[in-house]
Design a protein around this ligand. Structure first.
Ligand SMILES: [Zn+2]
Length: 213
């Protein structure tokens, strides 16, 4: 098992959701617990709803990799990682099971209480590393765990895409260097079936409605 201690000034405020992206549960479980794999996570939820607690959240797991969100870098320092069993885009991406959603909902409500985590801080791996990661992906529905991440703002000014990407939470560096990936990441959050970088009128409208009242 890979882990580090948490630094005193870097406390948990995010939950990062992932999919395992591996052919089966055993491969994922073994990889997450293997010291030579360089990855680990606090929790793993199988398709049948079993929650595996792999590491106590008081320690830092290695699930996020190189990552940025808002003004934070290295999101492992500030987060709890939850992996959902799913073959992922490379091996046959499927919808998440209802049992997975039910277990995730219970786990998140437990963690929210214990770590004072806000709904807006329940985020995706694709948000914090849009140039590298697609998970948990467009088949993950946050409303199935009764979480609404976005506190819709009342501002009625017209925003350009860069402003909206920043308001969504992307780090400025990603907006500058990986804007296309940021847009595709938002499309995954919006559960689009077809993920491409086009800034269609529909996309801009959906994105605006995600952020504003
Ligand atoms: Zn991930």
């Amino acid at each position: 098992m890979n882990y580090s201690s948490r630094k005193k000034n870097k406390t948990v405020k995010y939950i990062v959701l992932h999919y395992t992206g591996m052919k089966n549960l055993k491969l994922a479980y073994d990889k997450l617990s293997d010291e030579t794999s360089n990855v680990s996570s606090h929790y793993l939820i199988s398709r049948n709803g079993t929650i595996y607690n792999l590491l106590c959240p008081k320690y830092k797991a290695w699930h996020a990799g190189k990552s940025k969100w808002k003004n934070n870098i290295n999101i492992n320092d500030y987060s709890i990682g939850i992996e959902l069993e799913n073959k992922g885009h490379d091996f046959g991406y499927t919808k998440f099971s209802n049992r997975q959603y039910n277990s995730l909902k219970k786990l998140i409500s437990f963690l929210k209480k214990n770590f004072n985590i806000l709904n807006e801080n329940i985020i995706y791996h694709s948000d914090i590393a849009p140039n590298r990661k697609k998970d948990p992906g467009e088949k993950f529905f946050m409303n199935k765990i009764d979480i609404n991440r976005f506190n819709k703002k009342k501002i009625k000014d017209i925003y350009n895409v860069d402003d909206m990407l920043e308001l969504y939470g992307f780090h400025k560096n990603y907006i500058k260097n990986h804007k296309i990936f940021c847009i595709m990441s938002v499309k995954r959050t919006l559960n689009y079936k077809n993920i491409n970088p086009s800034q269609s009128r529909k996309f801009l409208k959906d994105f605006y409605n995600l952020l504003f009242e």
